[in-house]
Design a protein around this ligand. Structure first.
Ligand code: FES
Length: 172
């Protein structure tokens, strides 16, 4: 992995934008799987501008790696003000273009971002990553945070139980 790429990811991670649940979102897209660990959820709110529907705000939560978080942070800014069709035309590498060329092992991180945006904007489209059903009409039925999807009380029934350590319990 190049130092250049890593320093861009670190810079984006230092000040992630639009992270967290977006109250009153019009649509939600979730991809990934709690079983294997990489999950990304995107919330989108639309507005009318000049007679067309555009993305007013978008936010995300992620259980992916730092590249997925950095790419999602950049992508949420990039799709703002775009129509759904314009945002859907953007591929993962374009959404994360400010990170520079991606190492091959990190291409799937941006595909996760693209997939979650796609699910939010076009829920009926086939997902490149496993999609968790979520759409504008189903937005109210989707757990409000990614943690709610990920953190199942009984890991034998899918998902995992996430337990945060207090700072004093963190491994040194
Ligand atoms: Fe799996 Fe980045 S999201 S390695």
């Amino acid at each position: 992995m190049s130092d250049d790429f890593q320093s861009r990811v670190t810079a984006a991670m230092a000040n992630p934008q639009n992270m967290g649940e977006l109250p009153n979102a019009d649509s939600i897209g979730t991809v990934g799987s709690a079983e294997c660990g990489d999950m990304l959820r995107v919330w989108v709110k639309f507005k009318e501008e000049g007679g067309r529907k555009v993305i007013d705000r978008a936010s995300f939560q992620s259980f992916g790696c730092e590249t997925a978080i950095a790419a999602a942070s950049l992508a949420m800014e990039l799709i703002r003000g775009k129509s759904p069709a314009e945002a859907l035309a953007m591929r993962g590498e374009e959404l994360a273009k400010d990170l520079g060329p991606l190492p091959p092992t990190k291409v799937h991180c941006t595909a996760l971002v693209e997939g979650a945006i796609r699910q939010a904007l076009e829920p009926s489209a086939p997902a490149s990553s496993p999609a968790v059903p979520a759409s504008a009409s189903a937005a109210a039925a989707v757990p409000s945070s990614l943690m709610d999807s990920f953190n199942k009380p009984d890991p034998k029934k899918g998902g995992v139980k996430v337990v945060f350590l207090r700072e004093s319990e963190s491994p040194a």
